[in-house]
Design a protein around this ligand. Structure first.
Ligand SMILES: Cc1ncc(COP(=O)(O)O)c(C=O)c1O
Length: 408
């Protein structure tokens, strides 16, 4: 079997003719970022250029947004959870989100009014940590459920934020359902980063939260004289992150929207399969969803982001784990002159596949299909750092998940 399969999206539409993007405009993103700015931990994460890697691959430039620097939590996910919790509290306190007194809430000034609010979520790690962290800042309890096989260190990081955290014996999608039932029975507010029929408001806020990173990236690109990228490689679990980033860049007025390539692990490639089915309906992948990319081990597309991905993604890739491992190694040991990025399993896969597309045995065909050439500027988002330090070292130091050609 090939190490990656590429599918050009047969249903791609011109912007404006498909899913509505009103929630992901620059104006909305600015509003969200104004909220994030109220946290003293907020600062834009770095956008670095891997110019030498780009030249060696025959591209104009490669930019990497380094989300390991987000809020001291080593992943981008807190952007979504914190915005959703902010919206929930704003509604509870009957105040517009623009006027929410985040510092006052953190100081306990509203404790009388927020007493009794409790949150629940399911997570592979990063989302739960973001929700647990924000709930603690807001003096509210959080209950977090994780799928079987979750790394103990990820659960410990969540407990360190004061949340109650349990690793279940279910896969990700069933863990989400369990968390939902528990929330219903106990009166907790479910803050999930995926949507389904009748549950879209909070996941929409979560997605809007992610637009902060896209808004920062666009500004950082413009500060360097670059325009919107020509290509975006977006890794997908349930697709909320990819849908938000793609929605944001597609909604940027003027210029051509970037070609967005959705990247998924082979055993959890629900968007790839949904696009391949070609009838506009999402498909689920069942079973263990085994992959080293824990953040992407989701078998059911979010109903909200699915429509954006279906209508505007240029292509989808279903890939083997060693490509994520390659990405981690490339970013950890860059070409001379390029900066190093500490990127974890789900963060680095875009880099691993880009390198392969541009220099692997099928480079000629793949580059052509994706329109990657010496004029292309690619934006990659390293969505996490070494969130599982043991796995990170196994991959980067000891060569775990080797590329096939290096295997003895
Ligand atoms: C590091 C990382 N990257 C990407 C994703 C994918 O996000 P989504 O599930 O919204 O597709 C996740 C999800 O948890 C993640 O943890």
């Amino acid at each position: 079997m090939q190490e990656m399969e590429l599918l050009l999206n047969p249903q791609r539409k011109p912007v404006g003719e498909g899913a509505k993007l009103a929630d992901f405009t620059r104006e909305e993103s600015r509003r969200v970022r104004d909220y994030h700015r109220k946290f003293r931990e907020y600062s834009p994460t770095p956008l670095v250029s891997l110019l030498n890697l780009a030249k060696s691959l025959g591209l104009a430039n490669i930019f990497v947004k380094d989300e390991s620097k987000r809020f001291g939590l080593n992943a981008f996910k807190v952007l979504g959870g914190s915005y959703a919790l902010g919206r929930v509290l704003a509604r509870h306190l009957r105040t517009p989100i623009e006027e929410l007194d985040v510092e006052g809430i953190r100081n306990g000034a509203f404790a009388d009014k927020t007493r009794g609010l409790a949150f629940a979520t399911a997570t592979d790690g990063n989302h739960g940590r973001g929700v647990a962290w924000t709930a603690r800042q807001f003096h509210c309890p959080a209950h977090v459920f994780m799928p079987r096989g979750s790394a103990a260190v990820r659960a410990d990081n969540i407990r360190a934020c004061g949340a109650d955290c349990r690793i279940t014996d279910l896969n990700y999608d069933d863990t989400v359902r369990l968390a939902g039932r528990q929330a219903g029975e106990n009166g907790w507010i479910m803050v999930q980063d995926t949507a389904w029929k009748d549950y879209e408001e909070i996941p929409r806020w979560v997605m809007q939260g992610y637009t902060t990173l896209a808004g920062e990236a666009l500004e950082q690109l413009r500060e360097r004289g670059a325009e919107s990228p020509s290509h975006l490689f977006l890794q997908a679990g349930v697709g909320s992150f990819a849908g938000a980033a793609l929605g944001f860049f597609a909604a940027v007025p003027a210029g051509k929207p970037p070609a967005a390539v959705i990247v998924e692990p082979r055993n959890a490639d629900c968007h790839f399969r949904s696009l391949a089915a070609g009838d506009g309906e999402p498909r689920a992948v069942k079973g263990d969803l085994t992959t080293m990319m824990a953040g992407l081990a989701c078998g059911e597309p979010s109903t909200l982001s699915w429509e954006i991905i279906r209508d505007y993604a240029a292509a989808a890739l279903s890939v083997d784990d060693h490509l994520a491992a390659n990405g981690m190694r490339i970013l950890a040991a860059p070409l001379p002159g390029d900066p190093r990025v500490v990127s974890g399993e789900s963060g680095a896969v875009g880099c691993g596949v880009l390198e392969r597309i541009c220099s692997g045995p099928e480079a000629g065909t793949l580059r052509k299909k994706l329109g990657l050439d010496s004029g292309s500027t690619v934006l990659l988002i390293s969505t996490e750092g070494d969130t599982s330090p043991e796995i990170y070292r196994d991959v980067v130091w000891r060569g775990r998940f080797p590329a096939p050609e290096t295997r003895a």
